[in-house]
Design a protein around this ligand. Structure first.
Ligand SMILES: CC(C)(COP(=O)(O)OP(=O)(O)OC[C@H]1O[C@@H](n2cnc3c(N)ncnc32)[C@H](O)[C@@H]1OP(=O)(O)O)[C@@H](O)C(=O)NCCC(=O)NCCS
Length: 154
């Protein structure tokens, strides 16, 4: 598999079975199906994307809220066997394009201090650490990362 066989499209309800499987395999405190449903059906500030392989299987997803000129990355995950092949970067690029399209000139996110893989991608896309939220993840602090307009990007 290479990235030319991966497509990115807006997440729909039919994707949720596969999204939930990846969610549960990826996070110690997974979101519920109801949360994803609410995000894609009722949150007008939210944009969710799925990455699919050549057979239409969901291999990753990500989400963003865009409001008042600012973007907040809410989640990103890639199916474990598909990691480290550039799919997370494709998803990030999609989200940041969406933010730009919608006129959000600043983007921010929270990430576990220990999540070096995610931090690596965010830094590559021009995010920098500006602070910490204590006990954000129950068991660990979050780093707050921000990307200002005009930062060189992928
Ligand atoms: C974070 C995540 C989405 C990344 O997806 P991915 O498809 O593996 O990402 P990519 O292949 O585009 O990039 C991975 C990068 O991490 C780097 N990397 C891999 N292992 C690493 C490690 N142990 N330490 C530091 N960097 C590492 C890779 O070299 C690559 O960077 P490069 O392209 O500059 O070389 C995926 O690992 C995941 O789903 N993790 C679990 C969920 C999660 O933690 N989400 C983020 C919440 S904030």
């Amino acid at each position: 598999m290479n990235n030319t066989q991966i497509t990115t499209t807006a997440m729909v309800l039919d994707d949720l079975d596969e999204v939930m499987q990846i969610e549960e395999d990826s996070f110690p405190y997974p979101w519920s199906r109801r949360s994803f449903r609410g995000e894609i059906m009722s949150n007008r500030f939210a944009y969710y994307v799925v990455a699919k392989d050549e057979e239409g299987r969901v291999v990753g997803y990500a989400g963003i809220w865009i409001l008042y000129g600012e973007a907040h990355i809410t989640t990103i995950a890639v199916k474990p066997p598909y990691r480290n092949k550039g799919i997370g970067s494709l998803l990030m690029a999609y989200l940041l394009r969406k933010a730009e399209e919608k006129g959000a000139d600043k983007a921010f996110l929270e990430v576990r201090d220990s999540n070096l893989v995610a931090r690596r991608i965010y830094e590559r896309f021009g995010f920098e650490v500006i602070g910490k939220r204590k006990n954000y993840y129950v068991d660990e602090d979050a780093l707050i990362m921000i990307r200002y307009p005009g930062i060189a990007k992928e």
